[in-house]
Design a protein around this ligand. Structure first.
Ligand SMILES: [Mg+2]
Length: 222
């Protein structure tokens, strides 16, 4: 799988010796667009349970199945000129259930399915850490791992996101918390059960289809 990775300036390809686009902290950072001149809204999406069905530590392409409405939402954002950034915790790597090669294979499969519906991703950020499985887990790891917001902040900076017009969609309260910590305009919770600690302003379970219909209003102001 060919992996393109741009640095924060959006110009120079960056690869480590493994060939995977991992930064100095071991975070998958794959930004496919240069920063725009003017700040713009960005749609941040969790992956498992939002774009593809969450079957539990998805590390095999055979387990990749698109969630209803996901491809349509992403394609619509593409047509609106709203960059789509995937922000995903992948503790299956810390748990040694799978490796980056498997993550890349899953992403390749997922992106192929999206491509068939004219949907494409502009940035992919993945965090492999878990407090119980990452040796020496500390504040730096927690900043990257959701509910930490550094993956969102890093992608936002690379894409020159207007945070006041950007949203995150997630199926876990930690997705919404990470978005709030990054200063996003809002979070859309699409989980099946609303947790008690979900921030009240996001306490409505909306479907991806609903966001699809409202995307222009929400993200690009009509
Ligand atoms: Mg999820």
């Amino acid at each position: 799988m060919a992996v393109a990775c741009l640095n924060a300036n959006g110009m120079e390809p960056v690869t480590n010796r493994t060939g995977w686009p991992l930064n100095g902290d071991g975070i998958w950072v794959d930004i496919r667009q240069p920063a725009s001149i003017a700040p713009r809204p960005v749609l941040f999406l969790d992956r498992d349970g939002v774009i593809n069905r969450d079957t539990g530590y998805v590390g095999d392409p055979v387990d990749v199945e698109l969630m209803p409405g996901a491809a349509q939402l992403i394609a619509y954002a593409n047509r609106c000129g709203v960059p789509v950034a995937v922000i995903t915790n992948q503790s299956g790597i810390a748990r040694e259930l799978f490796g980056w090669e498997d993550f890349a294979a899953v992403m390749a499969c997922l992106e192929k399915l999206l491509e068939e519906q004219a949907a494409s991703l502009d940035a992919i950020m993945a965090c492999p850490f878990h407090p119980d499985f990452t040796a020496g887990y500390g504040a730096r790891h927690a900043d990257w791992r959701k509910p930490g917001s550094r993956m969102i902040r890093t992608a936002a900076e690379a894409l020159n996101a207007d945070l006041t017009k950007s949203w995150i969609v997630g199926d876990a309260v930690t997705d919404i918390q990470a978005g709030a910590d990054a200063g996003l305009a809002g979070g859309l919770f699409v989980g099946t059960e609303i947790p008690a600690d979900l921030p009240s302003e996001t306490r409505s379970t909306l479907s991806l289809a609903a966001l699809h219909s409202d995307l222009r209003t929400v993200l690009v102001g009509g």
